[in-house]
Unconditional design. Structure first.
Length: 221
């Protein structure tokens, strides 16, 4: 089952806390596209899209969408003051030069070592990895937002990825509807728990071992 709107917004709101004023941030499709809706109004962030936008704003209100203004996933967006357009070559040049501070992506699997597997299954709406391979390697911080388990109930945080890798040892943080993990050189460190879940539920739904922070933040938005 997919996540409901409340869970998706909870994950996006927690991810927004990682963003600082003045950053350039790339957003993947799905839950990451909700992140701009949860930033303080006075924060200046330049949201970047591989299709050639820097300076995306929140999602437009229903009925006010602009047909030709969309993100890399084809979903309608707005443009903040100071935003600009470019072609995809320039957009990818920004990524390759390390100009993106954070990339926030979805994923199918993440390993205990921070390996990323987020290829979309062939035949679906998005048939390949898009810009994820370069973003995962070149962004200064990589944050994954995803369901804790897949539709069959299998853990998506695993010992080793069984799906084709997008990039190895690239993920810095994982945020699901259950918890937040930091990827460290010693493995996964659980730092946050979302209400009403507890450590046992997270452990039961996580394939790999993880350590627990001395001070766990319990979040109830």
């Amino acid at each position: 089952m997919g996540l409901g709107v409340n869970f998706r917004n909870t994950i996006a709101r927690r991810a927004a806390e990682e963003i600082r004023d003045g950053m350039v941030v790339n957003l993947g499709i799905g839950i990451p596209s909700l992140v701009p809706n949860h930033l303080p109004k006075n924060m200046m962030v330049m949201f970047h899209a591989e299709n050639g936008i820097t300076g995306m704003g929140p999602s437009p209100e229903k009925g006010s969408e602009v047909e030709n203004l969309c993100n890399a996933g084809g979903f309608p967006v707005t443009l903040n003051q100071g935003g600009s357009y470019c072609d995809s070559a320039v957009a990818f040049g920004m990524i390759r030069r390390g100009r993106v501070d954070i990339t926030i992506l979805g994923s199918l699997q993440v390993s205990a070592q921070g390996d990323l597997a987020n290829w979309i299954v062939p035949g679906k709406k998005v048939p390949g990895m898009g810009g994820a391979m370069e973003l995962a390697q070149k962004a200064r911080k990589v944050i994954v937002l995803m369901n804790h388990c897949d539709k069959a109930g299998n853990p998506k945080i695993v010992k080793s990825c069984t799906l084709p890798l997008t990039s190895a040892t690239c993920v810095d943080m994982i945020i699901t509807e259950l918890a937040v993990f930091k990827v460290t050189s010693q493995g996964l460190l659980l730092t946050d728990l979302f209400a009403p879940y507890d450590l046992q539920i997270v452990a039961n739904k996580t394939e790999c071992d993880f350590t627990v922070s001395d001070t766990i933040r319990k979040i109830s938005y």
